[in-house]
Design a protein around this ligand. Structure first.
Ligand SMILES: C[C@@](CO)(OP(=O)(O)O)[C@H](O)COP(=O)(O)OP(=O)(O)OC[C@H]1O[C@@H](n2ccc(N)nc2=O)[C@H](O)[C@@H]1O
Ligand SMILES: Nc1ncnc2c1ncn2[C@@H]1O[C@H](COP(=O)(O)OP(=O)(O)O)[C@@H](O)[C@H]1O
Length: 284
């Protein structure tokens, strides 16, 4: 028996930090949006209880460090499952990019194994389990759409879908650690905080221009100071004519919303001249 699931990347339309928590995490308020850059995952039932992972790119761990493995093991232990699985992961989402690739794989594993192992879990039950794997996994359980994430990211309020928009994603050839970025966050260095209410209104009214005007991420202050080339990339995308540009999550991916289709293709080609990893995607 085989189950196929698609794992979508996310971008943060807003990301605000409200304070530091006693558990070491940061209290966040962020608007999350899926885009149609997807990994494909194929789950095949195995005899015995082994969990094995195969991936078509060499730099993703295929052992217990893989978030998909963690999700499978958690389900197996929690529900005393005496079945195994082989997971084939076709990777398209750049790794350590601020696009929640690993989290989305973990969420797709919860959905896939819920079917393969016939666990009959509700979405809400999967969301609860997701929080034990990572802060971004809960949002990814829903598969697609727009939401506000609070707490350490695991409390999800689903909101109306953002309008369909063309997005350019650019992943610079550097690696940033989410933990290090959060550790180095200093609220006094933030000049303008996100206005979540204004962004919500913009989405409710399907006002693309207002969405572009309200993009905001307080973690830019940290990643830009560690890697000035990420800030330069943002400036470049704005000067090329993107309508709104923001770093996603802890970075280093920078995305641009381009409201005119023809202009998006032009900017895409210009960026491909000097960046390896550029993707033209849509909100979904
Ligand atoms: C910044 C964001 C924005 O969507 O995304 P990415 O850049 O990773 O895509 C998320 O908050 C990342 O979520 P995720 O990548 O799941 O984080 P986790 O594995 O739970 O935590 C990694 C580390 O980040 C820090 N962390 C994470 C979340 C949070 N609310 N406060 C924190 O301080 C902690 O130091 C933790 O050890
Ligand atoms: N299924 C997975 N896909 C990608 N990376 C994974 C996966 N499982 C674990 N990782 C590890 O998780 C880390 C963060 O990866 P990723 O989820 O792509 O980052 P981000 O949340 O910044 O988008 C990397 O060090 C990577 O090796």
């Amino acid at each position: 028996m085989k189950i196929t699931e698609l794992a979508k990347a996310k971008i943060n339309l807003t990301l605000d930090i409200l304070g530091k928590r006693s558990d070491g995490y940061h209290e966040v308020e962020m608007m999350m949006q899926t885009v149609d850059l997807t990994d494909q995952m194929i789950f095949t039932l195995r005899q015995g209880t082994d969990i094995t992972i195969e991936c078509d790119v060499s730099y993703v761990p295929t052992d217990e460090r893989n978030l998909a493995y963690k999700a499978a093991k958690l389900l197996q232990d929690r529900f005393s499952v005496n079945k195994g699985v082989h997971i084939m992961l076709h990777k398209k989402i750049p790794v350590s990019a601020g696009l929640a690739g690993g989290s989305s794989n973990a969420a797709a594993t919860l959905r896939g194994l819920n079917q393969l192992w016939e666990l009959n879990l509700t979405t809400e039950e999967m969301v609860e389990i997701a929080a034990e794997i990572g802060s971004d996994v809960a949002f990814c359980v829903y598969g697609s759409g727009t939401a506000i994430a609070r707490g350490r990211g695991e409390i999800i309020e689903r909101i109306p879908k953002a309008p369909p928009m063309t997005i350019l994603l650019v992943k610079p050839q550097i690696s940033v650690s989410t933990a290090v970025v959060y550790q180095n966050y200093r609220s006094e260095l933030v000049k303008a905080r996100p206005n979540t209410k204004a962004m919500l209104e913009a989405i409710n009214e399907q006002d693309q221009k207002a969405i572009c005007d309200n993009l905001s991420n307080v973690l830019e202050t940290v990643t830009f100071s560690m890697h000035p080339e990420v800030q330069r990339l943002k400036q470049q995308m704005l000067s090329f004519g993107a309508d709104g540009v923001l770093m996603s999550g802890s970075g280093p991916t920078v995305y641009g919303i381009v409201l005119k289709e023809k202009r998006a293709t032009k900017i895409f080609n210009a960026l491909r001249g000097f960046c390896n990893e550029v993707f033209l995607v849509r909100t979904c």
